[in-house]
Ligand binder design. Structure first.
Ligand SMILES: [Zn+2]
Length: 391
């Protein structure tokens, strides 16, 4: 007569499943999903390290472990059926002793715990750059930035790199000369301030391993955002935020319409071998081609713009739209590198939202290194504001 073996108590079974994170302790297979159709299916089994029965015929049954402790979580390991039958085969049970299995169990459970703790600690360093736009002072509060990061749910905002625990923040608002004509030195001063804060605050923290990820917020004139983007360390994965015009919010929306960007060659170069070209970005608005300085008219001109629909101030509402801009720019630079090798300078005329401006700056570090000459919109056209080279 066979008696049905009693199962370990629910509380003990739960402990084993939770401590194992739902994975086989031996081959680490996930135990709640089919490998075939990915449906929910319970594949885990509770294997006794020391057999339930105090018998030499049961796997690892001869042990000093008292019978009442054999159904406790400490004596059970979560495995798949394959591993369970492996360790319980008679020949195997003689070789794989209880000590070894206990070590495998402990190593797996410790690893699961550590991985979960790592995820909980994952943070993003919030970096804000605020300037003046057409004379008006702007502001991004630490709370607004934190809320936008929290809305994405995957990282915890960290602002502790700054003594006042608000940053780092690059504040360009108090710099003199913003309203002066270009050439007055405003851009030089502002770029020097950007370098200063990044060097003092961010770089040492990166070296100490305190910046696993960056969340970047910007409100400033476009050439400064491009410059700022070019100074960000390429090796740190970075989320770029911007204030959306329609909602006044910094949060990326999931339900906004995605915009796809594309590029085209608008004007072929007047002769081969030119080392400069024009890059026009029609995103938040449209650059009037007649306002591009006439001395650049013989150069090749590339245009990045939405593939369908018109440029508008809210053209980048979603992360996917922003990523499409990033990918399009990357494709265009790849195209230039492959087909127009001689080009080393791009004259940039951009009607672009904040995130696109920062991405344009970051591109200066991507493998191919065209120098960017960034123009600023002035009342009667465009004027060269600054030059951005790979750091
Ligand atoms: Zn297994």
């Amino acid at each position: 007569m066979t008696t049905r073996r009693k199962q370990p108590k629910v509380a003990e079974r739960l402990k084993v499943w939770v401590r194992s994170g739902g994975h086989c302790n031996i081959r680490h297979r996930y135990l709640l999903e089919s490998d075939i159709n990915f449906e929910f299916v319970r594949l885990g089994e509770l294997a006794h390290i020391v057999a339930q029965a105090d018998s030499e015929n049961a796997p690892r049954g001869l042990s000093e472990l008292p019978p009442e402790e054999r159904d406790l979580a400490e004596n059970l390991m979560l495995t798949c059926a394959h591993c369970h039958s492996d360790i319980d085969k008679e020949s195997q049970a003689q070789q794989l002793d209880a000590d070894l299995l206990r070590k495998l169990k402990e190593r797996h459970e410790t690893r699961i715990r550590r991985v979960a703790e790592l995820a909980a600690r994952e943070k993003t360093v919030v970096l804000r750059v605020v300037g003046r736009i057409r004379g008006a002072s702007t502001e991004i509060s630490a709370l607004e930035a934190a809320n936008a990061v929290n809305a994405l749910l995957d990282r915890r905002p960290d602002m502790t790199l700054d003594p006042n625990r608000q940053g780092p923040e690059i504040d360009l608002r108090s710099l003199p000369g913003e309203s002066e004509p270009i050439g007055s030195g405003y851009y030089d001063t502002a770029c020097a301030r950007i370098d200063e804060i990044l060097t003092e605050r961010l770089v040492p923290a990166v070296e100490r391993g305190q910046v696993p990820h960056l969340s970047v917020f910007g409100l400033a004139r476009l050439p400064l955002l491009v410059y700022f983007g070019s100074r960000l360390d390429d090796a740190i994965s970075t989320e770029i935020f911007q204030r959306h015009r329609s909602t006044e919010s910094w949060e990326w929306t999931a339900d906004g319409a995605d915009v796809r960007f594309g590029y085209r060659l608008r004007a072929a170069p007047s002769k081969d071998g030119l080392t400069e070209a024009v890059l026009i970005v029609n995103a938040s608005g449209t650059v009037n081609p007649h306002q591009v300085p006439t001395e650049l008219s013989g150069l090749a001109a590339f245009v990045i713009e939405p593939k369908d629909g018109e440029p508008n101030r809210d053209v980048i509402r979603t992360q996917r739209s922003r990523n499409s801009f990033h990918n399009t720019l990357s494709d265009l630079l790849g195209h230039i590198e492959a087909n127009h090798k001689s080009i080393t300078k791009l004259h940039l005329f951009a009607a672009a939202p904040v995130s696109a401006a920062i991405i344009l700056g970051r591109s200066v570090g991507w493998g191919f290194h065209p120098e960017l000459l960034v123009y600023d919109a002035v009342p009667d056209g465009y004027s060269l504001a600054l030059e951005v080279q790979a750091p």
